[in-house]
Design a protein around this ligand. Structure first.
Ligand SMILES: [Zn+2]
Length: 261
C-alpha cells in the first residue's frame, strides 16, 4: 500500500509529466472510485483547465488546476497514475482517464479499487473534512509529542492513525519503531519524552531516506529492516531473528532483542 514516500514519488512524477497540459475530457470507467461527486461534476470541473502542479498531504494528493481548485486523489491500496503519450486502449484496471488536448492521457489505475478521486476548492477544507492530522514531514517535534502522547493505545496503532499524523502506514511504522528500538505494543501515552523525540526523529529519517531512493528498499541505508522485513528475517543489527505479531489486525515485524517491552 502506498505510504508517504511512494505517494511523494507519484506526485513528483505527475508534476513532471502533466504540468502545463490542458484537460480536454475526463472519462470515468468505474464511478465507484469517485469521492463525493458525480462523473458529470468531475468532468465539468476539469474540462479546459490547465494542470499547474501537484501537492501532497500525508498519503493524499492534490492536482492543482489553473483558476483555482484541485483534483483530489488517493491511491488506496493499489492505485497508480499511468501516462500515455498517445491514446491507446485503457488497461482493464484503469478507472478514470484524463484526456489532454495534446493527445496524451493520464490514467488512474487501481486493481483493488480502494482509491478515490474527487475535487475540492481548498486543500485546508478537504483536510478538515477528512480530519487528517498534520503531514508527517511537516509536523514539528513538539506537536508530534503532544499528538502522540494523548493516546492510550499501542504506539504502532497511533502511528498508523491518519488523524494523529498523516502519511505513515504499516511498513514505515515498523521501520520507525525498529530504528527507535521501541516495542510496537508499548502504550503511546506511557512513552518518555526522550522516546517520543526518538520516534519523531526516526519518522523523518525513515521517510526522507525512502523518498531519496524512490522507495526502492534494496537501496535504503545499511541498518534499515525494510529490505529484509518478512517471515524468517534476521535483525540487521545482528541480534537474532525478527518476530511478528498482529497489532489491530496489521502484521507487525519487530526485533524481540532490540525492541523490548
Ligand atoms: Zn535487533
Amino acid at each position: 500500500m502506498p505510504e508517504l514516500p511512494e505517494v511523494e514519488t507519484v506526485r513528483a512524477n505527475l508534476e513532471l509529466e502533466c504540468s502545463g497540459r490542458v484537460i480536454r475530457s475526463v472519462e470515468v470507467i468505474d464511478n465507484g472510485i469517485l469521492d463525493g461527486c458525480t462523473t458529470k461534476e468531475l468532468a465539468s470541473f476539469c474540462r479546459g483547465r490547465t494542470i499547474r502542479g501537484a501537492r501532497r498531504h500525508g498519503k493524499q494528493m492534490f492536482i492543482e488546476l489553473d483558476q483555482g481548485g484541485f483534483i483530489t486523489l488517493h491511491l488506496g491500496m493499489t492505485g497508480d497514475l499511468i501516462f500515455y503519450e498517445r491514446k491507446g486502449d485503457p488497461d482493464r484496471h484503469d478507472r478514470v482517464l484524463f484526456n489532454f488536448t495534446d493527445g496524451s492521457r493520464m490514467a488512474f489505475r487501481d486493481m483493488r479499487k480502494f482509491g478515490a478521486i474527487g475535487y475540492v476548492t481548498s486543500i485546508e477544507l478537504f483536510i478538515r473534512k477528512k480530519k487528517l492530522g498534520p503531514d508527517a514531514l511537516e509536523i514539528g517535534g513538539q506537536e508530534f509529542a503532544f499528538r502522540i502522547g494523548k493516546h492510550d493505545s499501542a504506539i504502532k496503532t497511533v502511528l498508523l492513525d491518519q488523524k494523529v499524523v498523516a502519511g505513515i502506514g504499516n511498513l514505515y511504522a515498523d521501520e520507525v519503531l525498529y530504528q527507535s528500538r521501541i516495542h510496537p505494543m508499548r502504550s503511546a501515552m506511557e512513552l518518555s519524552a526522550k522516546e517520543v523525540e526518538t520516534i519523531f526523529k526516526n519518522t523523518r529519517k525513515v521517510l526522507l531516506a525512502s523518498i531519496r531512493v524512490s522507495s526502492n528498499f534494496e537501496r535504503l541505508p545499511k541498518g534499515f529492516m525494510l529490505s529484509v522485513r518478512g517471515p524468517g528475517a534476521s535483525c540487521p543489527r545482528g541480534n537474532g531473528k525478527m518476530a511478528s505479531l498482529k497489532v489491530n489486525g496489521r502484521t507487525t515485524f519487530y526485533c524481540p532483542s532490540c525492541q523490548t517491552i
